[in-house]
Structure formats: C-alpha cells, structure tokens
Design a protein. Sequence first.
Length: 407
Amino acid sequence: MPSSLSLRARCCLAALLCAAVGHPALAQPRPGSGTRPTAESFFQQALELQRAGDVLGAIAAYQASLNLDADNPGARSNLGAAYVTLGRYDEAITAYRTAVGADPANVAFKFNLGLAYYKSAQVPQAADVFGTVLALQSDHLNARLLLGDCHLQMGRFQQAIDLLALWEESYSDSAAYAYILGSALIETDRLDQGQRLIDRIFSKGDSAEAHLLMATVHLRRTDNPAALAELQKAATLNPKLPLVHSLMGRALLRTGDQEGAAKAFATELTINPNDFQANLEIGDLRKREQRFDDAEPYIRRALRMRPQDPTARFSLAGLHVSRGEAEPARAVLEAIVADSPTFTEAYVLLATVYYRLQRRDDGDRMREVIERLNADAQARQPGAKAADAAAASGPPAQTGAAGAPPR
C-alpha cells in the first residue's frame, strides 16, 4: 500500500498559523449609503457587537440588516466571520460564497471563504480558493502560506516547495513558513535543506515545533527510537501541539506497539479532530476489530481531507468488503487501480471482489496483473540478478510479494 509521513503543517502549526493569519477580516459599513438607514444602523450595531465579542447578537443584527438590504456583500462576509467564530462552517461558507458572488474581485471575501473551507478541513476546496486569491494578489502572504499547507495536507509536497521556496525573504521571521517548507523538503528527501529550516526554528529557542520537525527527519530515516525521543520532548514542551501524537502513533506502529499507537492516535484526535493519519489509522483499527459502524466516520473524515488519497480510498473499499458490500467495493477499487496502476494490494482485493460477484474472467485478469506486478517488484530488489543466476541451478526462491486471492 502506498504510504506517506503525512506532515500536514496545519496540524503542527495551529498556534503559529493563527498568529500569522489572524481572524477573518471584517467589512466596514458602506460609505454614503444613507438611502437605507435602517439596514445601515443594523449593520453598525452588528459590527460593534462582533468587535465586542457578542457573536450571537452580531449574527442577529447582520441578518436583520440583510433582511432589509440583501445586496450588501460586506454584511454577508461579516456574517460568515461570525459563523466561523462559532464553528458553524457550512453556514459561514454559504455566506462567504454569496459575498464573493456579489463582488468576485474582492480579495478579502475570497480569502475568508478559503479560510472557512480550511478550518472545516475541506482542504481541496480551500486550496482552490487560495489559488484564486493569489491570482488576484500574488503577494498575499497569508494565502500563500495556507495554500502551501493545503498542498502538504494533500501530499503535494513539490507544489508546496514551488509555491514557497522563492518567498523566503518575505517570511524571514515566520516559524510557520520555516516549518511548512521544511516539512515539504523532508518529504521529498531533501533532508539537508530541511535541516537548515529546522535550525532556523531552533535558533528562536527550544520549541515543541522544532522537536516535532526533527522527529520527522528521524522518521524519514526509519530511526523510530530517535523519532519517539523527539516527539516526547515536543509533547513535554506543548502537550496540546497537534501532530505530535499522530506521528508518535506512526512510530509506535512501526515498532509493533499497536496498543500504544491506538492510544496515541486517539489522543491526537482529542487535540485535532481533523488529523488525516489519526483518522485513517483509528478507522482501520476499528475495522480490524469488526466495529464497522465505528470505523466508517473516521475513514469518511480522512477521505474528506484527501479525497483522492489511495490509502484512504482503499480503507473505504476494505470496509465495504468487510460488510459484504461487493458492488460499492468494486466501484471504489476500480477507481483506485485506474489512478494507481501499481497498487498491488488494490488489485488483490479487487480480484477477491470479482470472484464474489461471480465475475471469474475479471478475477483471473486481476490475478495476471498481480503476478506481473509481483515479478516487477522482485526484479527491482537488490541482488535480483544474482538470485536469477542461482535459480538456474536450483529450485526457485520464495518471495514475500503480495499474493493473489483464492478463486
């Protein structure tokens, strides 16, 4: 199964990004709009209430203003900001979309819409909107930073590097920038360049974020003890720092400590419910325990964050198979192998599904693909040529490649 370290810098940098990005901008009353004083007075009242922290009062006042003047995009945008404060993201997105529709060139409205998608873990949608912000204003540093993090969340590491690498001078004091770009560099095996950015974070003093980034370097090198040591330091400095426990769970899984990993992933989700890897791993654990109804929400949430991720889609297919839902599993698996033609495990499960559906010819066709992929994988192993030579004078060696399912 394809794998990734899932270095989603939004998770690690919840505090850093909040400091860098702040809150959605509020639109001001429209100057000179004295033709509808009642609507304007409600707008002014809503703005004052929102600034004072009375979010529910502000929402009521904005709605009253919009009832009298539905064509005020500023009121729509500010209403969206109020909804974001309450975590009512669907309503916020509706309000922001209406504001953007009324004023498509307004960068602030577009950015606020992207921020609502981002905070609600609708990452592909957020990335699209932040891209349109940068098309209108290329030096919008917050949009660039958040788009870079969206690329990380979707596993588009090179795109994050391309987006951010030439802007280092503009982010000279930004730990968030250093972490996001450093994470992308580490994910693409440019460890020396990533180390430079780690050192930049450490230069500001010992921090949980710096230890977290060091842990990712160790994980890339499969040095699980060193990674766990760094993660423990990060957790000691900031026990609520997102991503720490998710990576701890990954490291513990590699050492065979499934129980410890499950606890770490569960802890991560209490800190950051939208952590991709923790959701996916908890979903898989619930599935293995045959707690299918409990598993599905976690897998669905992971898919919401990375709709095209083959591991998340494969997990959903496995859930369908476990429930005896052959047709939904077939549809998901056929899409996976079309997008990821070397994903051997997906072909194995798809062959199993075809046989269950009495589609023997299709199942046999999948077995042929599996055999070819296994042969290709064996040929790429170190010493493959020597093994071939030895095979000429003795019985064929056994391999650990993925096997085909029974018919």
